[in-house]
Design a protein around this ligand. Structure first.
Ligand code: ZN
Length: 415
């Protein structure tokens, strides 16, 4: 059976659920450094009759993980769900997980990761966060960057299975593998983010370059930057963020497998409608397009009224590009169209729905963008394929919070 570690187990609730609900587990270690928590945990384990599977452990989870590596007794699954940032535990976790094993990592320090304190984000995750419209997806990419970089120190690398942004936290599920040759590819999987403070246009700059020579890959320095000193659309300056993970956030096969498992046991989970909705949106996300714009972000930048999601998506499809939603943001427009095309589409929209520019200074992003004639003739005629399947089927994709004062409570007192 699989060996599982819940590194910051508190009451042991999750470990008990693992024992009772997940088939095929061999042993679960539920670790906490609070003696009071471990006493309560032992009681809860006994009450639930899972003492044969769950072992409460009093101690620092890092020491337990380092010792498990020294003893060559790695864990197949390590679950890190601390209050706040998991960053102090990542170095031990990437070493203590078995070959191809699973790390489940939760971050609740969303203020830090979504751009409120980029300098704190750097000290914890080795990446500068930005306050862009795309900040929730960027937070996922920051923690994936951090995990891969720490794994790289030990000739290991991560492969994301599923990366979730939900309400007040994010949670990523990655497998960890070893391979000196494959670790060489990691630099070219990370990217800096240039983000215009005026219009929100963004560009990614990979940290390394991988080129194929026959059957082998050669690695070298990337060339750049992809932008000039000021934004070509609105002439404002760029902020620099990252580095972030620039490869896919999810493994489509894994996501499809989870959706299939939900189909096969209807009614098993009370959260099934939401699980199905979120996973369906995830399965539709463009995997090869990092970050996104938002519908309201695009229209408020040029001070126009807002096209419907279907109108904008249709225009992008008519222009020959791909477009998807993102589970991380309700109004996301994830597209492989470059910003030049997006702004041309918005210029065409403004011709159909004129914008009052008289009161705007000539230096405003709206005035600058709309002073240029579009080179593309956008069509907003609705296309049937502009409506994503998850939306057509009326799935519960972005639920409201269930009750007042719902969300994380104050940090527990040490005890
Ligand atoms: Zn700009």
């Amino acid at each position: 059976g699989l060996r599982v570690l819940e590194a910051l187990a508190a009451s042991g609730l999750r470990s008990i659920r693992f024992a009772r609900e997940v088939p095929g587990l061999g042993a679960i270690v539920a670790c906490d450094r609070s003696a009071a928590a471990v006493t309560a945990m032992a009681r809860n384990v006994a009450i639930n009759g899972v003492g044969g599977l769950v072992t409460p452990h009093l101690g620092d989870a890092r020491m337990l993980m380092y010792q498990s590596k020294a003893d060559r007794a790695p864990f197949d699954v390590i679950d890190l769900d601390p209050y706040g940032s998991p960053s102090p535990f990542l170095d031990a976790a990437v070493q203590a997980v078995s070959e191809g094993g699973l790390l489940c990592v939760t971050c609740t320090d969303m203020g830090v990761m979504a751009g409120n304190s980029p300098e704190t984000c750097y000290s914890k995750y080795g990446a500068v966060s930005l306050k862009g419209k795309f900040c929730h997806e960027m937070a996922l990419r920051i923690v994936l960057h951090s995990l891969d970089l720490r794994a790289n120190c030990y000739q290991r690398f991560v492969v994301p299975l599923l990366s979730l942004s939900a309400d007040f936290y994010i949670r990523v599920f990655v497998r960890v593998f070893t391979g000196q040759a494959k670790v060489k590819a990691s630099a070219s999987k990370q990217a800096l983010v240039f983000h215009c403070v005026g219009c929100g246009s963004h560009h990614l700059q990979r940290l390394g370059r991988a080129t194929t020579h026959g059957s082998s890959l050669k690695f070298g320095a990337a060339s750049g930057p992809p932008v000039g000193p000021t934004c070509e659309f609105c002439h404002h300056r760029h902020q620099l963020g990252g580095p972030v993970w620039a490869e896919p956030l999810h493994d489509p096969e894994f996501v499809g497998g989870v959706l299939g498992a939900l189909e096969r046991s209807p009614g098993r989970f009370t959260t099934e409608p939401r699980l199905r909705g979120v996973l369906s949106v995830i399965s539709e996300e463009l995997g090869d397009v990092p970050l996104y714009y938002t519908l309201d972000g695009l229209s408020s930048t040029i001070r126009s009224n807002t096209p419907s999601l279907l109108q904008l998506r249709s225009a992008l499809l008519h222009a020959g590009f791909r477009v998807s939603l993102s589970h991380a943001c309700k109004n996301a427009v994830k597209t492989d169209a470059p910003p030049a095309v997006l702004w041309d589409i918005m210029r065409c929209w403004a011709k159909l729905h004129p914008v009052k520019l008289e009161r705007l200074p000539d230096t405003s992003p709206a005035a600058r963008i709309l002073s240029v004639e579009p080179t593309l003739q956008a069509s907003f005629a609705l296309r049937d394929d502009a409506n994503p399947s998850s939306r057509k089927r009326g799935l519960k994709r972005f639920p409201e919070n269930p009750e007042a004062f719902w969300g994380p409570k104050a940090r527990a007192k040490a005890g």
